[in-house]
Design a protein around this ligand. Sequence first.
Ligand code: TPP
Ligand code: MG
Length: 578
Amino acid sequence: MATTTADVMVAALRASGVQRVYGIPGDSLNGFTDALRRDGEITWEHVRHEEAAGFAAAAEAALTGELAVCAGSCGPGNLHLINGLFDANRSNVPVLAIAAQIPAAEIGGEYFQETHPQELFRECSVYCELVSTPEQLPRIFDIAMRSALARGGVAVVVVPGEIFLADAAHSVEPVPMWAASPVMRPDDESLAAAAEVLNVAPRVTILAGAGCAGAHDQLIALAEALKAPVVHAFRGKEFVEYDNPYDVGMTGLIGFSSGYRAMEHCDALVMLGTDFPYRPFYPEGVPVIQVDVRGERIGRRVPVRIPLVGTVRDTTGALLPLITAKTDTSHLDQMTKHYQRARARLDKLARDRRNDSPLHPQFVAATIDRLAAADAIFTADVGTPCIWAARYLRMNGSRRLIGSFNHGSMANALPHAIGAQASSPGRQVIALSGDGGIAMLLGELITLRQMHHPVKVVVFSNGALSFVELEMKAAGIVTFGTDLDNPDFAGIARAAGLFGARVDKAGELEDALRAAFAHDGPALVDVRTARQELSLPPKLTYGQIKGFTLYATRTILSGGGGELLELTKTNLREVDIE
Ligand SMILES: Cc1ncc(C[n+]2csc(CCOP(=O)(O)OP(=O)(O)O)c2C)c(N)n1
Ligand SMILES: [Mg+2]
């Protein structure tokens, strides 16, 4: 029988299948953490920085599709959650955040640790409410849980510490809640209009995103009927790329030339469950059909002729019977050939050269891919690890790839891996971390040990904020402030109780990775990788070319010629630009 409002909260979480809460305790949160302790079923996932709790919950929700929960104490405690919550909300995954607040009677008086979380979290949530009385709490809590699940995003419940401890006088049996998957398709008229466009356009290209989850068969059937090359956005990679003869790679700033080409040379574009943000990558002057469950997202990147509100699975299923199957495969053939050439060039960059030192990051990523389990969960840091993940990790329908793809925050890989491992204890979880990224939330290595999460962390130690250097070069700015004077991360890992190995030469990589993957516990492999690896966007615009030339001139003028030589040396190999 529940006795406090916090007990009611815990009972509600348990009824909906929540198994863990990520966070760090604190005075104002004590009523809640104590209720968890009394309950004994939901585990307390102790992290070392609340930001990690937000990221971990985001990864868990992305993997399970169900509610994941994090909590922070008042003021700085829950303020630390915020970046992880932005990530979760932008990824449209259901996360509930419990933000403890200072005593209600003190609000408004600049009390110790006072903030106004219901204002601070407004922008990174679909629902955010302050609980002012104990009676209000159970209902607000229910609404919050349901909002997170139904709208796919973050719900924040702000609770003054003493309210957790108040008597739950009239508690009722909690109602179980889970993510719904409604059947949702557009009206017949809209479908007919879409079919009309597609049936007359000789060359159709599909741009597929994360909304294709659970719709692989329908996607392939549509591509087959339209003889359409399928380009994907980064978040679509894990759902789109595998078992897909129509795949022509990724588009975007870190994509392939073939992905860009297929979008550029089409007579109609079909967008399936994607909100791909970069407008210059869209074709101009061709009709666009966009399918999205969130109608308000349609047309915000490119003018859309036919908006189709519905799930990709149901909409594609309803559209297919209206499509006259095409027989001309020339567009498809041209684009897939282009993709094969781009792919071959990328694979060549990942060749094993045993004496390479530092190592080429492409080789590191390709080796991780080769040695990883068939159902591994990968997480990748924003920065160049994202590029190597996008290009060298092969998905297969079982593997997963989690990243901060919409929010674009550094240091996401390790805390995402914590949430992945906590919610999938039997699976291999591999974090591809940058040396900047790992340092930013380094304390979470200790979480791996304390919580017995056997995550495998591979650090791409390139001694720099390399991705930023690329951006600076492309903009014609001399690189500045991007050096990283790194410690021995493997040594740090060992000191924290992890398995740690350092790799300086390509020939040492495979043994080190095998040992780390076989280790019965958390492990870190610190790989010294080349700093300057060219990973340019697929289409070099005039501005970018100008930028590079400008960069070269400025670097020489400012005495940085050595660095330029280094860049040339490392990159005087084939790259995937045309
Ligand atoms: C929290 C945060 N700070 C800064 C940035 C800007 N930024 C994007 S990538 C990057 C460099 C990442 O460095 P590292 O982790 O070493 O990866 P690398 O690109 O060197 O492989 C930075 C600073 C960001 N995206 N997020
Ligand atoms: Mg780096």
